[in-house]
Write a protein that binds this ligand. Structure first.
Ligand code: AMP
Ligand code: MG
Length: 421
């Protein structure tokens, strides 16, 4: 007889056949979540960070007229000396917003300010510092200038008829400026997704109560609040719900009346008190995923009525990892934004990193510039999925792909920066 027992797949295993890869899970999220269709018209300032639902086409050229890029003298380029020096007679001044209405002939010039419309007969501006002032009326210009220099063409930024925003464009500060430069004051955007969330667990206590033995404070609702606040969503915090099927069922039904996306944490493993999956099966559509990822293997994905449901694991670091990979992706799809890409950079490992092949690992790292000007990364210390300080100290994930069998000090590894700012 062999001395072995038959075990079920668990999160201690390196791999199990039912697991999805991170990429498969993201593809399924992308393909199964519909875009919100409701649109609201906002004053352009309020549209910052939101997703345009319309194509915006310019009706004007920007700039509207050829104008000067410098303070200097506008001249006909054909009067520039090929060699030697040419003299020009000043016939007037052009200011930004106050045009010079005369016309320049050969060897005449107009003193011009930055942004002023280039006068009739001129196509070139010579910088003030590059001319010699002879007297009040005459300037001298040397060789080595080019006809057309320092003039901004009409429509060189935007041409009438050109699209400046597409449906799905995320409005950034430059876009606000572009809309303003077209004289557009209102933009149609997709409404914000409404996200409701609650924590599950009999051990969880709100932060205003004392802890009894075995109890812990609920931290997930705070990290979730923090991560959601950085996105353009409306948030409904539904508090803590006990591990009681009736309470979880009514919490989920209530959330589905109000929210486009429902997020819970905890109760998605295979323990006696893990009810999320079976309740979702009863009141909605469910897909339970094991994802070949560490930390954060179990994830419940599905829908209740019109709401999308994402049941994240309970462990605080697993919540943050799965949020950054899957919840953000889901919210972008709901909001009609272009799908998020995961940008990986490379850095040199400052230490050995142990790993068994099978799961995509997200190790919390600190990336910095080394003495040789090369990016280098070290892990933040203990990496248990409950060690939230490992997230607080980190500025990146060290991302080790499933097949990786461990890293030696000095190897190049992939990193995913938390914040490019
Ligand atoms: P579960 O997925 O419910 O088995 O929870 C996994 C682990 O995460 C347990 O150690 C829980 O105590 C912990 N946990 C679950 N929810 C929270 C929460 N809201 N805040 C802090 N820790 C939690
Ligand atoms: Mg639990």
């Amino acid at each position: 007889m062999t001395a072995s027992i038959k075990t079920a797949p668990s999160c201690a295993d390196p791999w199990d056949a039912d697991s999805k890869t991170v990429a498969q899970a993201r593809d399924l999220i992308e393909s199964s979540i519909p875009r919100l269709e409701d649109v609201e018209a906002l004053p352009i300032r309020d549209s910052l960070g939101r997703i345009s639902s319309e194509v915006v086409i310019s009706t004007i050229d920007v700039p509207g007229h050829a104008n000067s890029a410098m303070d200097g003298f506008a001249i006909p380029g054909s009067s520039l000396p090929a060699q030697g020096i040419a003299e020009f007679t000043e016939i007037g001044i052009a200011y930004a917003g106050k045009t010079f209405d005369g016309e320049c002939r050969q060897n005449e010039c107009v003193r011009i300010m930055t942004g002023a419309v280039v006068p009739e007969g001129t196509d070139t501006v010579i910088m003030q510092e590059q001319v010699e002032l002879l007297d009040n009326q005459t300037i001298r210009i040397g060789p080595n200038h080019r006809a057309g220099e320092n003039v901004r063409a009409a429509g060189e930024d935007i041409k009438a008829g050109e699209a400046v925003l597409q449906p799905g464009s995320k409005i950034n500060p430059a876009d606000l400026g572009i809309l303003a430069s077209l004289g557009i004051g209102t933009l149609n955007v997709i409404r914000k997704p409404v996200v409701a969330f609650f924590s599950t667990g009999d051990e969880l206590v709100s932060i205003d109560k004392p802890l009894a033995k075995g109890e812990i404070y609920d931290s997930n609702r705070y990290t979730l609040y923090g991560m959601l606040s950085q996105l353009e969503v409306d948030i409904i915090d539904m508090g803590v719900i006990r591990d009681e099927p009736g309470a979880i069922r009514s919490g989920l039904l209530e959330a589905s009346q109000k929210a486009d996306l429902i997020i819970t944490t905890g109760g998605v493993s295979v323990g006696e008190a893990d009810y999320i999956k079976s309740i979702l099966e009863e009141i909605g559509q469910t897909e339970f995923w094991k994802i070949a990822i560490k930390p954060g293997r179990p994830l419940t994905f599905g829908s209740i009525g019109k709401s999308i449901f994402m049941g994240l694991p309970g462990n605080p670091v697993a919540v943050m990892v799965t949020f950054s990979l899957f919840v953000t992706h889901a919210i972008r799809k709901l909001a009609g934004a272009p799908s998020s890409q995961i940008h990986l950079l490379q850095a040199r490992a400052l230490q050995d990193l142990r790993k068994k092949p099978g799961r995509h690992e997200y190790i919390r790292g600190i990336v910095s510039k080394g003495a040789n000007n090369e990016w280098q990364v070290e892990k933040t210390g203990m990496q248990g999925s409950g060690i939230l300080t490992s997230m607080s100290r980190a500025n990146c994930f060290i991302v080790l792909p499933a097949e990786n069998k461990g890293v030696k000090k000095g190897d190049l590894v992939d990193i995913q920066l938390f914040d490019l700012a």
